[in-house]
Design a protein around this ligand. Structure first.
Ligand code: ZN
Length: 86
């Protein structure tokens, strides 16, 4: 099974689902096959993967800062409590 006419349009329509792992095995095979012989879609796919990686990084960074913030507040609370006990 190939994409036939409008292959690039179909490829781009399946891009999100492909990255989310929502394609059927046939769709997946056709998707990969198209990427191997269409440089434009190959580039598009690589770009999308890069974008997702960056997004993930940004998200994790935010989580990390959120955690630091919580940790900082915890330390301040502990110090205040020690201070009050004196
Ligand atoms: Zn294409």
């Amino acid at each position: 099974m190939g994409f036939g006419n409008n292959a690039c349009v179909k490829f781009r329509r399946l891009l999100e689902d492909a990255l989310d792992g929502n394609l059927s095995p046939e769709e997946y095979r056709a998707f990969i096959k198209h990427a191997t012989f269409c440089p434009a879609c190959h580039r598009k796919l690589r770009g999308e993967i890069m974008f997702r990686k960056l997004l993930q990084k940004a998200f994790n960074k935010k989580q990390e800062e959120l955690f630091k913030d919580k940790a900082q507040r915890l330390i301040v609370s502990i110090k205040q409590m020690i201070h009050q006990q004196r």
